[in-house]
Design a protein around this ligand. Structure first.
Ligand SMILES: *[C@@H]1O[C@H](CO)[C@@H](O)[C@H](O)[C@H]1NC(C)=O
Ligand SMILES: *[C@@H]1O[C@H](CO)[C@@H](O)[C@H](O)[C@H]1NC(C)=O
Ligand SMILES: *[C@@H]1O[C@H](CO)[C@@H](O)[C@H](O)[C@H]1NC(C)=O
Ligand SMILES: *[C@@H]1O[C@H](CO)[C@@H](O)[C@H](O)[C@H]1NC(C)=O
Ligand SMILES: *[C@@H]1O[C@H](CO)[C@@H](O)[C@H](O)[C@H]1NC(C)=O
Ligand SMILES: *[C@@H]1O[C@H](CO)[C@@H](O)[C@H](O)[C@H]1NC(C)=O
Ligand SMILES: *[C@@H]1O[C@H](CO)[C@@H](O)[C@H](O)[C@H]1NC(C)=O
Length: 506
C-alpha cells in the first residue's frame, strides 16, 4: 500500500508533468491562435487544453486542441456600462504549412451568390440600403469590428434580440475578420421585396433587406433565424445544445422499432393549410396513417414545457413538415430525426433548405391533396424499408454535419463578407445608433434570455479559419439542380397516381 503522502507526491508530480506538456504544446503548437489587442492591457484569458499527448513522430495532431477563452465580465461592465475595449481585434490562427487550406463549405453556401446576384453589377449604394428602411426593424452597422444598432421598431418576442446576439457572437468568433458594413434587418415572417417591382427596363435597383426567409417571387436576403441562439418564449434552447440532445434522442429508438405512422405536432391555428392537415388525423371513419397533435404553447408555458421536448419526438418512422404563416423554424428539428421527413410542398425557403433534394433528403407531399399523399408515402416507406431508412438517415446526417453551429457562423460570415464587398460607400456609425456588445446584452438580461445567451456565448476566437466559400453555380448547373428536384417530385406524383388508381379499382 502506498502512503497517502507518497500518493499525493505522485499526484503533484503528474500534475506538474501534465502542466509541462500543456505548456510545451502551447509554445510549439502551430494551430495556436495568435491574439493581439488594441490596448496594451492584456485581456483576461483562460486556456482550455485538451489532453492530447505530444505526437511521438513529431507530427502535429490534426485537431486544433487549445482555445483561448475570454469570459464575459459583468462586474466590469456594470462598473462602467461601456463595452470592453480589450477584446482581440485581429484574427490569424497560425496555419500549419502542411495543413490543407480550410475545407470547402457545404453546398448550400452557393446560394449566397444567388441571393446577392441582384446587386452583382451595380453594387450597393447608401441610398439602396436606406430604401430598405420601409419595413426594417433595425439597422446594424459594423465599423472596425464593433457593432452599432439603430432600432426602428421592436420585433415580435425576442427575435431581434437574439438575431443581434448571434451577430455579436460572430464578431467574437472571428475578431477583425468581419468587414465594415451597414445592413437593414426585418424580423417579420414574410419576404417583402417583390422581384416584379424591379425587373422593368427603367426600374430602380432593389433595396437589400435581410430577413429569415424568401420565396421565388422575392429578393429578400436570407439569414439564419434567432432560434439558433434560442427561443426564450417557448423554451427552445440554442442550436448547439439542442443538436446534441436531438442526436441522443434520435439514438433512443431504431427506425424499425418506431411507430409506422406520420407524426406532426404544432400549432394548427396559424395557417389554413395546417387546419387542412388536421383533417388527415386518424378517426373512427378513416386512417390516413397520420398521427397529428395540436401544440398549445400557452398551456405548455404554464406547465413548464413538459410535453414539448423536441428530443423525445423521434418515435415515428415518418414526420411531417408543414409551413406555418411562412417558413417554420421547426424544419431543422424534424429533419434531425432518422425518420423520413414528409414535406408538404413549401412556398418559402430559408438559408439552408434550398439544398434539400426530394427522394434523397425527404419525401414530397402534395399541397392540395395532403391526406392521400401522406397515406401513400407511409405505405411506400413501410414496404420499401431500406430506401425509407436511407432517406431518413440522409436528412439527419445533413442536419448534424452540414448545419452544425460552426457552419451557421461560417454562413453568416461569408454572406456578410460578400455583401460588404458590394458596398459602394464607407459605412459610418449612424447618429441615433447605440453600440452593442455581448456584455451590454447579457449582463442586463434575465431568466431564460440570460440563460440562453450564456449558453450560446462564443467562448473566444476560433482556432481555425472559416470554411472556404464554394463558387457560384453556373447557369447550366443551377438549371440541372432545379430540374433534378422537379423530376423527383414528378416521379413521386406518378407513383402516387398509380397507387390510388389501383386502390380505387380494388
Ligand atoms: C519546439 O519544436 C522544436 C522542433 O520541432 C524543438 O526543437 C523545440 O525544442 C520545441 N520547443 C519547445 C519549447 O518544446
Ligand atoms: C501522430 O501522427 C500520425 C501521422 O500523421 C497520425 O496518424 C497520428 O494520429 C498522430 N497521433 C496523435 C496522437 O496525434
Ligand atoms: C449587473 O447589473 C445588472 C442590472 O443592470 C444585474 O442584473 C446584474 O446582476 C449585475 N451583474 C453583476 C455581475 O454585477
Ligand atoms: C472582472 O472585472 C473586475 C473589475 O474590473 C475584476 O476585478 C475581475 O477580476 C474580473 N473578473 C474576471 C473573471 O476576469
Ligand atoms: C428612410 O429613408 C428615407 C430616405 O431614403 C428617409 O427619408 C426616411 O426618413 C427614412 N425613414 C426612417 C424611419 O428612418
Ligand atoms: C424608360 O426611360 C426612357 C428614357 O427616360 C423612356 O424613353 C422610356 O419610355 C422609359 N420606358 C418605360 C417602359 O418607362
Ligand atoms: C388526432 O387523433 C388522436 C387520436 O385519436 C388524438 O389523440 C389527437 O388529439 C387528434 N389530434 C387533433 C389535432 O385533434
Amino acid at each position: 500500500m502506498e502512503s497517502p503522502a507518497r500518493l499525493s507526491a505522485i499526484f503533484v508530480f503528474l500534475f506538474v508533468l501534465v502542466g509541462a506538456l500543456v505548456c510545451t504544446r502551447l509554445l510549439n503548437s502551430s494551430t495556436e491562435t495568435l491574439i493581439s489587442t488594441t490596448s496594451s492591457q492584456v485581456p483576461v484569458l483562460t486556456t482550455k487544453t485538451s489532453q492530447t499527448s505530444p505526437n511521438k513522430t513529431g507530427q502535429i495532431p490534426q485537431n486544433p486542441s487549445s482555445q483561448f477563452e475570454i469570459p464575459l465580465n459583468c462586474t466590469a461592465y456594470n462598473l462602467t456600462t461601456t463595452c470592453p475595449s480589450n477584446y482581440p481585434t485581429t484574427f490569424h490562427p497560425e496555419q500549419d504549412p502542411d495543413r490543407p487550406s480550410s475545407p470547402t463549405c457545404p453546398e448550400y453556401f452557393r446560394w449566397i451568390h444567388e441571393d446577392l446576384r441582384p446587386w452583382a453589377h451595380t453594387g450597393i449604394t447608401q441610398d439602396m440600403v436606406e430604401r430598405a428602411n420601409r419595413t426594417a426593424n433595425f439597422k446594424l452597422v459594423i465599423v472596425n469590428g464593433k457593432a452599432y444598432v439603430e432600432q426602428y421598431e421592436k420585433a415580435f418576442q425576442t427575435r431581434d434580440t437574439f438575431t443581434i446576439w448571434g451577430i455579436l457572437q460572430l464578431l467574437r468568433k472571428y475578431p477583425g475578420k468581419v468587414p465594415d458594413l451597414e445592413m437593414m434587418f426585418d424580423c417579420v415572417d414574410w419576404p417583402v421585396i417583390l422581384s416584379g417591382d424591379y425587373d422593368g427596363p427603367n426600374s430602380t435597383t432593389p433595396p437589400p433587406l435581410f430577413r429569415y426567409c424568401g420565396d421565388d417571387s422575392t429578393l429578400d436576403i436570407v439569414f439564419p433565424d434567432w432560434s439558433f441562439w434560442g427561443w426564450a418564449e417557448i423554451n427552445i434552447r440554442p442550436w448547439e445544445t439542442l443538436l446534441k440532445n436531438l442526436e441522443e434522442g434520435n439514438k433512443r429508438s431504431k427506425w424499425l422499432d418506431r411507430e409506422p405512422y406520420a407524426y406532426w405536432k404544432g400549432n394548427p391555428t396559424i395557417a389554413e393549410h395546417r387546419q387542412e392537415l388536421m383533417t388527415c388525423n386518424v378517426s373512427d371513419q378513416y386512417d390516413w396513417y397520420a398521427r397529428l397533435y395540436a401544440q398549445d404553447w400557452s398551456r405548455e408555458a404554464q406547465e413548464g414545457f413538459k410535453r414539448s421536448d423536441l428530443a423525445s419526438q423521434c418515435l415515428h418512422r415518418y414526420k411531417i413538415y408543414i409551413e406555418g404563416s411562412a417558413w417554420s423554424v421547426s424544419e431543422k428539428y424534424i429533419l434531425a430525426c432518422d425518420s423520413v421527413t414528409l414535406i408538404v410542398k413549401p412556398r418559402y425557403y430559408d438559408f439552408f433548405t434550398r439544398t434539400l433534394m426530394p427522394l434523397h433528403h425527404y419525401w414530397p407531399i402534395k399541397y392540395d391533396d395532403k391526406c392521400r399523399s401522406i397515406k401513400f408515402a407511409v405505405d411506400w416507406g413501410n414496404s420499401h424499408k431500406k430506401k425509407a431508412q436511407a432517406i431518413g438517415r440522409a436528412s439527419s446526417k445533413l442536419i448534424q454535419e452540414d448545419l452544425k453551429m460552426d457552419y451557421v457562423y461560417d454562413y453568416m460570415f461569408h454572406l456578410l463578407n460578400e455583401y460588404a464587398n458590394l458596398l459602394q460607400f464607407k459605412p459610418r456609425i449612424p447618429q441615433k445608433a447605440i453600440e452593442v456588445c455581448s456584455e451590454a446584452m447579457a449582463c442586463q438580461a434575465e431568466g431564460l434570455e440570460k440563460k440562453f445567451m450564456m449558453e450560446s456565448l462564443v467562448k473566444g476566437p476560433a482556432v481555425s479559419e472559416p470554411c472556404s466559400l464554394p463558387p457560384p453555380y453556373d447557369p447550366a448547373s443551377l438549371f440541372e439542380v432545379l430540374r433534378r428536384k422537379e423530376s423527383s417530385i414528378k416521379q413521386v406524383e406518378t407513383w402516387e397516381k398509380n397507387y390510388w388508381k389501383d386502390h380505387e379499382q380494388s
